[in-house]
Design a binder for this molecule. Sequence first.
Ligand SMILES: Cc1cc2nc3c(=O)[nH]c(=O)nc-3n(C[C@H](O)[C@H](O)[C@H](O)COP(=O)(O)OP(=O)(O)OC[C@H]3O[C@@H](n4cnc5c(N)ncnc54)[C@H](O)[C@@H]3O)c2cc1C
Length: 506
Amino acid sequence: MKRRHFIKASLATGGMAAFPGLILGAANRLRVGSDVAAITSNGGETTLARGLIRDFADSLNGPLLLPGTDGYDAARALWNGMFDRKPALIAECSGAADVVHAVNFARENNLLLAVRGGGHSIAGKSACEGGLMISLKRMNGVRVDRQRRRARVAGGAVLRDLDHETIALGLATTSGTVSHTGAGGLTLGGGIGRLCRQHGLTSDNLISADIVTADGRYLRASEQENAELFWGLRGGGGNFGVATSFEYQLHPFANEVLGGVILHPLERASEVLKFVNDFSRQAHRELSLSANLLAMPNGRGFVSISATYSGDLRKGERHLAPLINYGKPIRMGLQRTLYSRLQVSNDRVLAYGRKYYMKSGFVPEISAGFANELVQRLEPSSQREMVIVLTQLGGAIRDLPDDATAYAHRYGEFDLMVGAAWDDPGHSQDNVAWGRDYFGAVQEYTEGFYTNSLMDESATHINANYRGNYPRLLALKNTWDPHNLFRLNANIAPTAGAGEVTQGAG
Ligand SMILES: Cc1cc2nc3c(=O)[nH]c(=O)nc-3n(C[C@H](O)[C@H](O)[C@H](O)COP(=O)(O)OP(=O)(O)OC[C@H]3O[C@@H](n4cnc5c(N)ncnc54)[C@H](O)[C@@H]3O)c2cc1C
């Protein structure tokens, strides 16, 4: 008997009384009744022997969940309720060692593999049908080094965890605008938020990451160690491994900001969009703006301007005067408020588990023609809520050259997001068709899309979207993941491990 097994066996019998409250390892909780059918990386079928699964469970500190076990359905649930994928196994990793074991298990058994951080993948890529899902949900610790202004954040932390620990200490880094988004997925694809015009993308603030690569190695990537891999992690998404922790640069930050939402009638939408386009050109870096069109199932609609000014507040008030004095708003919600409050203000609107369809594209300006298309095509429907968001970019994002990191979209002035949300599955087909049509009609005004908003783009489109950084990313993929173990993402299909390279199921 292996020493590890022996220790667990003795604890499970007489030894246990000596350690009241001790939680037994996963193997002791898991009953595997029979062999388990699973899906391989290229969509084939395989069978995992029950003994093999038991040994795998035994190697983990966190639980291994199978269909029917407690917590399985909660663990596989994703933000986008359009995707109801049932992995054969879910490894709820408790730390880097579990991740190493899980990556090795997936590779050795040629399993389709999904990696879940915060579960916000719009395309549902963080769960897979029949494969192994590595869930990092339990790995959400954040440790702030106040002196050095750095935060070390575990790979499954969500933005709420990051903001909560840093803001209380008078520090912050760029984070996204919905607090239940995973810091992991967001960082690996870029990271756009209320502070990005001031401090750059979240990935621009990354100092290092610990990562488990496809061969099961546990490495640090930074400017000093594995520098090329570090370059690829900042925009290349989940292509190169599982990041078990991230180290971020923090900035001094007073939580009080000037921020909120101004509502105007939908009938004024074209003019409001023009105003936002013009005003955004002279916006300070401390200001982050977005213009939003909303059409509700009850037929009501609005155009809104969201703003956050995170610099000196008096200066901000002067700077925002044209915005405050513009038009005749239905509601003026711009005020002195807390950034931490704004950071959770969208959480309920974009709730977990509803059904969503979303498409993104970067735009150089909100031209009159583009604004008219956006507005005229937005007809309220009782089947869905519709939201069109134009988030201002630029500022510090553009301080770096295009090839400074793998993120290839520093040129974008705005990120367009076309979205629909609904609950009734009977409306899914129509609502997806609406999203495709609407986006299709305005796509000519866009150039490239945000990798983190991947939806249903083709492999060719995904490759092209990495723009000039694609050859370097492909070389990295060939080096670090030649058999495409990490394929459920904005996938860079390797050319080095020929024969085994397909997009796979999931
Ligand atoms: C409601 C909502 C709001 C959003 N708001 C913003 C925003 O304000 N700014 C912004 O920039 N983006 C935003 N996004 C997009 C978001 O950045 C992506 O959806 C991102 O992938 C979410 O990361 P996650 O960890 O939650 O996702 P998951 O679904 O868990 O993961 C998505 C993919 O990321 C990879 N991944 C995640 N964690 C790791 C890890 N630790 N190691 C390796 N790979 C990993 C995997 O490939 C996985 O398939 C938003 C998305 C949603 C749904």
